[in-house]
Design a protein around this ligand. Structure first.
Ligand SMILES: Cc1ncc(COP(=O)(O)O)c(C=O)c1O
Length: 387
């Protein structure tokens, strides 16, 4: 019987994230969750204190649609200091509901249904799903194993007359890839040649190991005007639930992106903006960011060693806080079955590698997150040895 009570055409393609599904399953069996990038390490005390004070001091109503001036200024200072980007906090910064809200509003403001956006594989599923949810077509270019290097010829071959943007993620989820200067120059050259936007998600910018350099593509010659640089504090300050992110772009684009962000979210949570601003201002010269990187490098090495001992060879990530491990030896026809087998046998939850590849890819891989409290990571490493 035909009915108008039905899902939208895209609803079945924008499926529930496998990452969330594994977290639900993990809670059900009381396991240790290395699946979701939940990042349950404690937040810096100053950040929590400033947010609590802001609530008490009455910062509880809508903010300007691009965020409190204090936070925009703190972000601009940070962009200058760390990213070497000079931006005007009045016209070039938008405080958003996480990096997620930043990408959502960017796509609504700059792209049309049917446009193509190039992403690199392995990809972060939300990037693909955000585009799909707006009827934008993701075009996937595979990076080359073992180091996930970019082949500029493959990128060039993927560009069509419908291509409008290239989306990069550095350091990347799930591979921990850090785009090198030469790779970013190749992306920039093609973006200029074909007149494309570059959207860059740099949320893991402080999670870089062994002295690796984080480079923002917007700083390359000719890129400032066509680049939308997205980042946020979810990971850096361990405040994933606060929903505080931001983007910077040319004033040509910011106003429209801001209107769409306003339409969807109004603004990022007001008192939490004040907490984030205090963190950005006060942690800059304290060694906080260096300590963050070295603490996570230690955790990376610990989990990589445990995986190797368990016969699940890890690909050592250069940044971010995830490891892709080869789990061929775990029984199961698919990565999802292998993830469930690992949870059953050891109590450790991981995400099926297939969540980050096109159909058929990543079936021998699982992704494990090491952005965890030491006690949980120690326990997970012990449990993995049961395999
Ligand atoms: C690459 C990437 N971008 C964005 C996000 C989400 O960031 P936010 O919490 O700021 O929305 C994540 C979270 O896992 C991520 O891995």
């Amino acid at each position: 019987m035909p009915t108008n009570l039905r899902l939208s055409d895209i609803a079945p393609t924008v499926i529930q994230s496998e990452i969330r599904a594994m977290s639900v399953e993990c809670d059900r069996v009381g396991g240790i969750n290395l699946a979701q990038g939940i990042c349950d390490t404690p937040l810096p005390p100053i950040v929590g204190k400033a947010a609590t004070q802001a609530i008490q001091n009455g910062f509880n109503i809508y903010t300007r649609l691009d965020g409190f001036a204090t936070l925009r200024q703190a972000v601009a200072d940070k962009l200058q200091r760390w990213n070497h980007l000079t931006v005007d906090p009045e016209t070039q910064i938008l405080v958003t509901s996480g990096a997620t809200g930043a990408l959502y509003a960017t796509a609504l403001a700059l792209l049309n249904p049917g446009d193509e956006v190039i992403l690199f594989e392995p990809f972060y599923g939300y990037h693909v799903s955000t585009l799909l949810s707006q009827r934008i077509n993701p075009v996937i270019v595979p990076l080359d194993e073992p180091d996930w290097t970019l082949d500029p010829e493959k990128l060039a071959a993927a560009i069509t007359p419908n291509t409008r943007a290239i989306l990069i993620n550095t350091p990347s989820n799930p591979a921990g890839k850090i785009f090198s200067r030469a790779e970013l120059e190749a992306v920039a050259a093609l973006a200029e040649q074909h007149d494309l936007f570059v959207i860059t998600d740099e949320i893991y910018e402080y999670f870089v190991y062994n002295g690796a350099e984080h480079l923002s593509i917007a700083t390359l010659p000719g890129m400032a005007d066509r680049t939308i640089t997205i980042s946020g504090l979810s990971k850096t300050f361990s405040i994933t639930g606060w929903r505080i992110g931001y983007l910077t772009a040319s004033p040509r684009w910011i106003a429209a992106i801001g209107y769409f962000h306003d339409l969807t979210y109004i603004c990022a949570p007001a008192p939490l903006q004040m907490g984030a601003a205090a963190g950005l201002r006060q942690l800059a010269d304290t060694g906080f960011y260096t300590a963050l990187a070295s603490e996570h490098q230690h955790k990376r090495d610990q989990l990589c060693a445990a995986l190797a001992d368990a016969g699940l060879p890890p690909a050592i990530p250069k940044g971010a806080y995830y490891i892709l491990a080869d789990v061929s030896r775990i029984p199961g026809a698919t990565a999802k079955e292998k993830a469930r087998a690992l949870l059953r046998e050891t109590g450790v939850a991981a995400v099926a590698g297939s969540a980050f590849f096109r159909p058929g890819g990543g079936e021998h891989l699982l992704r494990l997150c090491f952005g965890k409290q030491a006690v949980d990571l120690d326990r997970a490493c012990e449990l993995l040895l049961k395999l």
